[in-house]
Design a protein around this ligand. Structure first.
Ligand SMILES: Cc1ncc(COP(=O)(O)O)c(C=O)c1O
Length: 428
């Protein structure tokens, strides 16, 4: 094959892959209708039916509940907000520990800190990258209150094992399914096993509203608490109206996390397309998996038995020993061919300055100066060896499996890998 682009040859691809586009004329029409009505939000922050949002917000929540077979769906302006609502709803606070993955987006763990509780990082599975139940159990202490597991890259967590642990130690379970709407955990949807599940509708996700999030739960009290936190809880809890009265006032400080009617109208249309959009990603990913399976140095993503994966990202592992070159050198060569993969996905969160310096609020609170919590937390390197190894040496991230990309685009990726592997000796 021709000379590698990294050594001065012609790249396989010069065309930008372009952004993920999941919307079409249906979303334009739905959004336009709302704009024409002039009613861009239906929320008010006082006791009335409008406290729960406008016509489109309520419709999206109803449709979401039907699709995912859950009792309550609470929309909001991001999955970050939904995680905060979930943490508030389960009443965590100073002195509590919440077990969380280090291999996730930063907001999964900061949601814990917003309520002054302590994130405790457990390690992840070597092959599926979700929280490892064995590691979770090792991290449990008398302070542990909850587990947040992330269904990462579109893959559901090992929920049976996690729910068994939660039952044994009386813990709440929140599933960060931001990346996994539509994936199946056995016969249930990802995010619907556990106390609360959270989805993101930001523009990179399999379906989107630009920005947006949804929290789901089967528990009436948790749903009410999340609705209150979404919309100025403190202004409602003294209303004297039964339906706005949670069982406890703990964490009943509210925010404005409300979704607009335009986003909700778009979300309704996106939800109708979720199966097709996920199927498209699956088709592109399965094509890549089949073509790349011949390289021993590439370990393809695994799917949890009995479950389905929606491939928000296509994550591979790279074996440096088999390849005979470092992951970084390999990635550099592929990128030079115009295929912009990268290494590592997420630096284990505890290695970021927030945790290394242990300063969330002034004075180091809640890690330090915390009368409810006098333990010294270990966030040192080596804490989660699997997450660290995957980040430092093994994982390769490919995001190019979304709409409107086609099999032809995948062929460029495959040709890029083929070119680099057949000239690998030039990289040594
Ligand atoms: C796993 C995970 N959790 C939470 C979030 C936060 O989502 P949002 O951007 O909707 O706040 C993201 C976003 O990328 C995510 O990937």
């Amino acid at each position: 094959m021709s000379k590698l682009a990294i050594n001065g040859g012609t790249p396989i691809r010069t065309k930008y892959f372009g952004p993920s586009i999941t919307t079409g004329k249906e979303e334009v029409e739905a959004g336009t209708k709302v704009l024409e009505s002039g009613l861009l939000s239906g929320f008010v922050g006082s006791p009335s039916d409008e406290f729960f949002g406008g016509k489109f917000v309520k419709q999206l929540e109803k449709d979401w509940s039907e699709k995912f077979n859950v009792k309550h769906s609470v929309s909001c302006n991001s999955a970050t907000s939904a995680l905060i609502m979930a943490m508030g709803a389960i009443e965590i606070g100073p002195g509590d520990e919440v077990i969380v993955s280090p291999y996730t987006m930063s907001a999964t763990a900061t949601a814990i800190l917003f309520y002054n509780a302590i994130p405790i990082f457990a390690d992840i599975e070597d092959d599926m990258f979700c929280l490892d139940p064995k590691s979770i159990e090792k991290r449990i202490t008398p302070n542990t209150k909850a587990i947040i597991t992330t269904d990462i890259h579109g893959q559901p967590s090992d929920m049976d094992a996690i729910m068994d642990i939660a039952k044994k130690y009386d813990l709440r379970v929140v599933v960060d399914a931001a990346q996994s709407p539509g994936a199946k955990y056995k016969d249930k949807y990802a995010g619907t096993v556990g106390d609360v599940g959270v989805y993101s509708l930001n523009r990179h996700k399999n379906i989107q509203t630009g920005e947006g999030g949804i929290a789901v739960t089967k528990d009436d009290e948790l749903a009410l608490r999340m609705q209150l936190i979404r919309n100025h809880a403190e202004a409602l809890t003294g209303s004297g109206i039964e339906r706005f009265t949670p069982k406890s006032l703990v964490n009943m400080l509210g925010f404005n996390f409300r979704m607009t009617e335009v986003e909700a109208a778009i979300g309704i249309e996106q939800l109708k397309k979720i199966d097709d959009l996920n199927a498209h990603r699956l088709e592109l990913t399965e094509y890549l998996n089949e073509k790349l399976s011949k390289y021993e140095a590439i370990i393809l993503p695994k799917v949890r038995p009995g479950c389905s994966h929606i491939y928000y990202m296509h994550i591979m592992k790279f074996d440096e020993d088999i390849a005979g070159i470092s992951r970084e050198r390999f990635i550099e060569a592929i990128r030079a061919e115009g295929i912009t993969i990268w290494g590592g996905y997420m630096k284990p969160l505890y290695l970021e300055p927030l945790y290394q310096k242990k300063i969330a609020y002034k004075g180091g609170y809640p890690f330090k100066n915390n009368s409810a919590y006098d333990k010294v937390i270990d966030y040192s390197k080596g804490l989660c060896p699997v997450a660290e190894r995957l980040y430092e040496k093994e994982t390769i991230v490919n995001i190019y499996n979304y709409s409107p990309l086609t099999i032809e685009d995948m062929e460029d990726i495959v040709n890029g890998f083929e070119k680099v592997f057949s000239n690998i000796s030039d990289l040594k």
